[in-house]
Design a protein around this ligand. Structure first.
Ligand SMILES: Cc1ncc(COP(=O)(O)O)c(C=O)c1O
Length: 397
C-alpha cells in the first residue's frame, strides 16, 4: 500500500524527532534540560484558568467556525493598540498559528507553487509546505549579518512565475532577528512589484529586546490586501497548550476562502477560546515583566555560548531562540550523543539540530537551535553542561 508523495516528502520535525532519545535518557534516570523546544516555563496568566473554571454551560457545544465573537473582539482591540484596525470578518480564529499557516498555504497555493522564505526558518514551514505540495524557495541569511535580509536583487532572484508569497517570521524563529522598518518596507515593495502575498508570522511580536523598534507588516500602507498575519496566544501568553491562533488579513476575499476551511474543521476548542479572551485582558505589566525575564535569559545563554571554545553565535534581538555554530561535524549526531552517551552528574541538555531549519541542502549541519525558555539557574547549568560535553565529545571538527 502506498502513501501520498506529499506526506512522504514531509520531514519529521527536527524539534521533536529526537524526543525518544530524551525519553530513554530520562528512563535511565538522567535529568534532561530541554532547550530544543519553544515551550516557555513562564506561568500562563491565571485569568485564563479562572475563565475556564467559571465556564458553566451544561453542554460543551461547537462554537462558530470563525471563532467566538468575544475572542475576535478581544483580538481586534489588541490590534488597535498597535495602530491596526481589523474588522470582525478580517480575523479568523485557528487551532494555533500552526493551523493558520496551513490554511493560508492551502488558500494561496496550488500544487507546485512556490513560497520564498528567508532561511533558516521555522522548520514547520517546510513540513506544512511539503504536505500541501508547495515548494519552499529559501533565501539564505547568515549569522555574521545577524540573519538580516540580503539585497533586493538577491531576494528577487528567488521569485519565479510560480511564486505566490513571501513568508517570514518577525521576530524570527530560529534566528532571533527583528527586521528593521527598511527591511519590512523592502519586502512590501518587492511584493507589490511581483504581485505576491506577504505571509507575516508575528507570533513573537512582543519579544523584542534592547529597546529595538518593531514594525509589523500590518502597519505598512499600500499592501493591506497582500498582507496575511499569522498570530497565536502560544508564546505571547505562554499558553502553548491552548491551541489558539488566528489568521488576520484585510483581504476579505482571501478571508472568505479561508473561512471555508474553518467551516470544514467545524471550530476551535470552545473552552480554550473562553480562556483566551481573558489573556487579551492582561496588563502591560505582564509583558514588561516577561520581556525583562527573557532578556536576562538571552544574555545568560549568549554569554554562556560565546564562552565555549569553538562555538560561534550572534546575540539575537527577538523571539527566544539562538542559532549556534558548534565545533562538531554533525549537530544531530552530537545531540543524540548528549542524550545517549553523556551526562554531567546525571544531567544533560537537549538542543534542536538546525539542519531542518534550512531549505538549502547541507546548510546548518553543524548548527543547533537553542531555546532560552528555562529559568536563569537552569540555563546557567545547561551552558555548563554543554561546555563540558563539547570538551569530551569525540567527533569534533
Ligand atoms: C514562528 C512560529 N510560527 C508559528 C508557530 C506555531 O505555534 P502555535 O501553533 O503553537 O501557535 C510557532 C511555534 O513554535 C513558531 O515558532
Amino acid at each position: 500500500m502506498n502513501f501520498s508523495k506529499r506526506i512522504i516528502a514531509m520531514q519529521e520535525s527536527p524539534i521533536r524527532k529526537l524526543v525518544p532519545f530524551a525519553e530513554n535518557a530520562k528512563r535511565q534516570g538522567k535529568k534532561v534540560y530541554h532547550l530544543n523546544i519553544g515551550q516557555p516555563d513562564i506561568e500562563t496568566p491565571e485569568n485564563f484558568m479562572d475563565a475556564v473554571r467559571k465556564f458553566d454551560e451544561k453542554v460543551l457545544k461547537y462554537s462558530l467556525s470563525q471563532g467566538i465573537p468575544e475572542l475576535i473582539d478581544a483580538i481586534s482591540t489588541y490590534y488597535k493598540k498597535y495602530d491596526m484596525d481589523f474588522d470582525k470578518d478580517e480575523i479568523l480564529i485557528t487551532n494555533g498559528g500552526s493551523e493558520a499557516l496551513l490554511f493560508v498555504l492551502i488558500a494561496l497555493c496550488d500544487d507546485g507553487d512556490e513560497i520564498v522564505v528567508p532561511e533558516p526558518f521555522y522548520t514547520n514551514y517546510n513540513g506544512f509546505s511539503a504536505a500541501v505540495g508547495v515548494n519552499v524557495i529559501p533565501i539564505t541569511t547568515n549569522a555574521s549579518e545577524g540573519f538580516h535580509l540580503p539585497s533586493r536583487d538577491v531576494i528577487e532572484k528567488a521569485i519565479t512565475p510560480r511564486t505566490r508569497a513571501i513568508l517570514l517570521s518577525n521576530p524570527g524563529n530560529p534566528t532571533g532577528v527583528v527586521y528593521t522598518k527598511e527591511e519590512v518596507n523592502l519586502i512590501a515593495e518587492i511584493s507589490k512589484a511581483n504581485n505576491l502575498f506577504i505571509i507575516s508570522d508575528e507570533v513573537y511580536r512582543e519579544f523584542v529586546y534592547d529597546g529595538l523598534e518593531y514594525t509589523s507588516f500590518g502597519n505598512i500602507p499600500g499592501v493591506e490586501d497582500r498582507v496575511v498575519i499569522v498570530d497565536s496566544v502560544s508564546k505571547r501568553f505562554s499558553a502553548c497548550g491552548a491551541r489558539i491562533g488566528a489568521v488576520i488579513s484585510k483581504n476579505k476575499e482571501l478571508m472568505k476562502q479561508i473561512l471555508k476551511l474553518c467551516q470544514g474543521r467545524l471550530c476551535c476548542p470552545t473552552l480554550d477560546q473562553v480562556g483566551a479572551v481573558e489573556l487579551y485582558n492582561v496588563t502591560e505589566d505582564y509583558f514588561n515583566a516577561v520581556l525583562e525575564e527573557y532578556e536576562k535569559r538571552r544574555n545568560i545563554v549568549h554569554a554562556g555560548l560565546t564562552a565555549i571554545p569553538g562555538v560561534i553565535c550572534e546575540k539575537p534581538t527577538g523571539a527566544f531562540y539562538v542559532i549556534a555554530k558548534l565545533p562538531v561535524v554533525d549537530a544531530e549526531e552530537f545531540v543524540i550523543w548528549l542524550l545517549k552517551d553523556f551526562d554531567l552528574n546525571g544531567e544533560t541538555v537537549m538542543l534542536a539540530p538546525a539542519e531542518g531549519f534550512y531549505g538549502t541542502p547541507g546548510l546548518g549541519k553543524d548548527e543547533a537551535r537553542i531555546a532560552y525558555i528555562l529559568n536563569e539557574d537552569d540555563l546557567r547549568k545547561s551552558m555548563e553542561i554543554l561546555k563540558v560535553a563539547l570538551e569530551k565529545y569525540p567527533n569534533k571538527k
